[in-house]
Structures are given as structure tokens and as C-alpha cells.
Ligand binder design. Structure first.
Ligand SMILES: [Zn+2]
Length: 68
């Protein structure tokens, strides 16, 4: 059997853990008004972790990884 939820996470380009510094924190700057293609930066080293659209996909999958 295939896990649909697992596949969704695999397809997401958003890096939950920064590949540069290993931090979980992300920079949250005015995301309410930001367009979907806004780049989300690492809260620690500012490496690009993904886009706002990818973050929304991740949030919809039901995880409480980030606190808004
Ligand atoms: Zn980082």
C-alpha cells in the first residue's frame, strides 16, 4: 500500500530542516501579504529553504512543525 501523505511530503520542495546549518527555524516576515512564490529563508543562515507555496503544502498535510 502506498501512503498518500508520505508522497505529498516527498514531492514538497520545502526543506523542513536547513541543509546548510541544520536549523528548523525559518524567517517569518509578513507572510500574510506575501505572494505564493516568496522565497522562505532560513532563520539562522538565510539559505533559501523553499517557497511560501511549498510551505502551505506542508502545513496542509497536517503537521505542527512550525508555530505561526
Ligand atoms: Zn540554515
Amino acid at each position: 500500500m502506498k501512503s498518500a501523505q508520505h508522497n505529498t511530503r516527498e514531492q514538497s520542495g520545502f526543506k523542513v530542516v536547513c541543509c546548510e546549518c541544520g536549523s528548523l527555524s525559518i524567517k517569518m516576515t509578513d507572510l500574510v501579504n506575501a505572494p505564493e512564490d516568496t522565497k522562505i529563508e532560513c532563520g539562522r543562515c538565510k539559505a533559501v529553504r523553499g517557497t511560501l507555496a511549498e510551505l502551505h503544502v506542508l502545513a496542509r498535510s497536517g503537521n505542527d512543525i512550525f508555530e505561526f
